[in-house]
Design a protein. Structure first.
Length: 478
């Protein structure tokens, strides 16, 4: 398949093309159209027209039915979506078929059910009462859409994170202009095809492809016709988008980077802690914002934990590549930096050799480091690769101090059999999400997001609907 824009209900390929490269073997898969400022303008104009047209007049039940049809459409083309996700990202097929595509379907179904089961999301609180000097009045609150929402999604979980924003934005009645990462355009194009077939009114969903700074992303996030921006990606990019949005005081919802800690206490189930840390550090080759890059282990079990984690890292097979040659080089530069800073590389630290087509791809070895001070750049900066640094601690307070000494605050894990400790420690870890004796166990209704440099706002369930809609008080004097 080929990547195309989808603007006002029409597929088009305006703009200069750039190559789409397969991260698994480095071959060129095709070309992607770069949206010009005119294409972005057309998309925003189409979205504005949809809001004053049929889409703006749809009720809650009709929007819920549309979301279900979109979910059904993805399900009907499940294998196509898996193929596109694997081609775009190079991730293992099992991961795409058990996480990315099912979660995308689940996102649309979840918001359809939330709308259908909670129609008061459209018409909420009613308060009869008295106003001093004015007599009796009836107050009630309606929720209205924000308008045209720009959705900017990243390359690591391209369909999952795109639908994580598109579904609630449409559920709340907004019109959407989406821009996926230039690295991963294929599943977004398939989604546009499904939405087109699901009967969503023209302009309610639009898709533009292209790069960020000085290109489609900047044109979109700085557009005066955009009423809100939802973005997942690097913290530096989020800051740039915020500056771009500031001129129009555009509200933003950001899920940004992380340098996520794990705390392993001596009383933990060590088998579970090692298994969980393998998952949290090396899933999708560490290219998930929730992945663990800093592991703090209580001293009595530190040596055993490091040995077992390193053994598992060396035995990993079937992991995916970095998304691009550029990102591979970035991760390898941190491997070199770690050595320069004095790290002991207890597993990995280089480039694997497969003896097949993968040697043309963008792979690095899963890597376990120890021995660095907390001031080391390798410990402070987000690497976004299959790497973690493991350090010992002696007390609970020290573990918390180490975990919280970071500019980031997205997610963390705590491993302990002590229930009191779990409840005591979890609220004191300065992250938006704390998993105890698990990792990435998600309920779509719960709040998702980070603190500090890891984001602004929360996504998930009603938290997303709160961002994508605006409460309006209506007061009627009786």
């Amino acid at each position: 398949m080929k990547a195309e824009h989808y603007v006002g209900g029409v597929f088009r390929s305006d703009g200069p093309a750039f190559p789409l490269v397969a991260p698994a073997d480095g071959t060129e898969m095709g070309a992607v159209p770069e949206a010009t400022r005119e294409v972005v303008d057309d998309a925003v104009t189409a979205a504005q027209a949809a809001l004053v047209g049929p889409w703006g007049a749809t009720g809650v039940e009709e929007r819920a039915a549309t979301l279900r049809r979109i979910a059904d459409g993805i399900q009907a083309r499940f294998e196509e979506f898996v193929d596109a996700e694997v081609a775009d990202t190079g991730k293992p097929r099992e991961l795409a078929s058990t996480v990315d595509i099912p979660r995308a379907i689940g996102n649309f179904r979840a918001y359809a059910e939330l709308l259908y089961g909670r129609p008061e999301r459209a018409y909420t609180t009613q308060i009869p009462g008295w106003s001093a000097g004015a007599g009796q009045a009836l107050n009630y609150t309606v929720r209205r859409p924000l308008g045209v929402v720009a959705v900017i999604s990243p390359w690591n979980l391209p369909l999952l994170l795109l639908t994580w924003k598109v579904a609630p934005a449409l559920a709340a009645g907004n019109a959407v202009v989406a821009k996926p990462s230039e690295e991963t355009p294929l599943t977004a194009t398939l989604l546009a095809q499904v939405i087109d077939q699901a009967g969503l009114p023209s302009g309610a969903f639009n898709l533009v492809h292209g790069h960020g700074a000085g290109a489609a992303g900047e044109f979109l996030t700085g557009h005066p016709g955009v009423d809100a921006i939802a973005f997942t990606g690097e913290s530096a990019t989020g800051a740039a988008i915020m500056r771009n949005a500031a001129d129009h005081v555009t509200p933003v919802s950001f899920e940004l980077g992380g340098k996520n800690p794990a705390l392993v206490f001596a009383d933990a189930d060590l088998d579970a802690a090692v298994d969980g840390t393998v998952r949290s550090s090396f899933t999708h080759s560490g290219q998930i914002c929730l992945c663990t890059e800093r592991v703090y282990v209580e001293r009595p079990v530190f040596e055993e934990f490091v040995a077992r984690l390193a053994e598992r890292a060396r035995a990993l097979d079937g992991y995916g590549p970095m998304i691009s040659a550029e990102h591979r080089d970035k991760v390898l530069s941190y491997y070199r930096l770690a050595r320069e800073e004095g790290a002991e590389v207890v597993a990995g630290g280089g480039v694997p050799s497969f003896g097949d087509a993968r040697d043309g791809g963008f792979y690095v070895e899963p890597t376990v480091l120890t021995g660095l001070p907390e001031t080391a750049r390798t410990v402070r900066e987000e690497i976004f690769g299959p790497v973690c640094h493991v350090a010992p601690f002696d007390t609970e307070d020290e573990a918390l101090r180490l975990a919280n000494d970071s500019p980031y605050g997205l997610a963390s894990t705590v491993w302990t059999r002590d229930l009191s400790r779990a409840h005591r420690v979890a609220p004191r870890v300065q992250t938006g999400i704390v998993w105890v004796n698990c990792w990435n166990l998600r309920d779509l209704r719960t709040p998702f997001g980070g603190v500090k440099a890891s984001g602004i706002g929360r996504e998930g369930g009603e938290y997303s609907l709160d961002f994508f809609s605006e409460p309006v008080n209506v007061c009627i004097q009786i």
